[in-house]
Design a binder for this molecule. Sequence first.
Ligand code: BES
Ligand code: MN
Ligand code: ZN
Length: 507
Amino acid sequence: MRAELSFAPLSGIETELLAVLAADTQTAKGPDAKPQPTLLVADPSVQAAAAAVLASGEYKAGANETVLLHAPAGLAAKRLLLVGLGKLAKATVHSVRHAAGTAIRFAKPRGIREVVLALPPSEILPAATSGRAAVEGAFIGDFDPDTYRSDRKDQSIQSFTLAAPAGADPKTVEASFAEGVIIGESQNFARSLVNEPGNKLTPTVLGQRAALMAQEVGLDWEVHSTDKLHELKMGAFWSVAQGSAEPPALIVLRYTPEGVANGPILGLVGKGITFDTGGISIKPADNMEKMKYDMAGGAAMIGAMRAIALLKPRVRVIAIVCAAENMPSGTAQKPGDVQTAMPLTPGKPGKTIEIINTDAEGRLVLADGLTYARQLGATHLIDAATLTGAIKVALGMVTAGAFSNDDSTYARFAAALQVSGEKFWRLPLGDEYADLIKSDIADIKNTGGRWGGAMIAAEFLHTFAEDTPWIHLDIAGLAWVEDSRPYIAKGPSGIGMRSILEWVRSF
Ligand code: BES
Ligand code: MN
Ligand code: ZN
């Protein structure tokens, strides 16, 4: 999708589809309080073209509600699409992100290849943030997961134009637009990785894709495999990889801004299980095919690094993605096995882990990933993982889970969520959870009983993050969109990438 910015008056823009936003300005409640759909556009010709449908009562400007008008009088556009934001009082830039996605997804199946979206006037929503959100939403909406269909009709939008509101500061809108392009493309890059099936995207291929991206945007990169795992004594990571014929990949991406020699080093650690069968503690067949998305945390980190390389924040960042396949085989680890995790100080003994369930593999690869990030000098850590089914039970498919051992580091993340619009909810850590993973034979065990599984998994990781300020994101419930919505296709969501990016930019 090509994206452009226009400062031309709306009525003169020649296009297949001009999309404008509408909101319900009714503030009264009760049975007589009829919706008052109102266009969020100053242009009088657009107002005139939409006047009849707004007066008809057919259209209420509900969230992502659309109505299409052909050959709108007085406009150069062939079609005028109204996209609702819902109640104006509750409308935010996040509603604009969705509305932009809705406009794109309206156009796609109808053979429309060109969309212009008018930003609302700055008095309603500031262009500095709504421009970016709109462009992100357009890219997100343009993504479809049908990569391998022979009858794939390429329905992607060829040209998307953001029309700036009259009177907006051009520099502000330009910056906001440019950010939106980078972030939207990076999120789609992450989604395209998550969408790939396990046979196409092995750990090795994930490493190649990350390396290719790194070269394109100018990041330093290394992709290691089995030998390096042994050299670093990554016994936890290797214990997952050992059951597969596919070698693991230890992906390291580095962003070092020029002239920044001091200050924090941020460590981004992603779970990159390219397929999770459960191993010897094998998963039931139902929905197992979905376990190709068990590398979504790793993809979020790779996508975030792409955006970081292009947006150039003044902070050093190292991303580590631990990629492996979790398979049952003659070489697979067994319940009861004891593994030794990577030591923080080379030469010292690493922590020992009793494997209770080989399906609790994400925490094993992340344990060594977190330790490696600390060894490489990370002062602050953030990890993302499709870690537990328990987080889905706790928060549903609506909100993702977050954990932290440091309130001020988490405060940055909470602020980042206001920008990204992603939904995370902080859940507790605590010694009582840590007590549940004490082992009789080793330092810890990898599962701790039935209840509170998301917190127990987080405490397992906490054992390896120790006192380094750290955030853990459990995205198991949100990495895959189960039912398509007006603004996003079903399939990989790209959750986490935008919030991780904003967290990095806050330093
Ligand atoms: N990858 C799964 C978690 C998962 C479940 C992700 C559903 C996405 C959707 C993880 O490796 C896993 O299997 N976790 C186990 C842990 C258990 C054995 C303690 C789980 O949640 O059942
Ligand atoms: Mn598993
Ligand atoms: Zn897993």
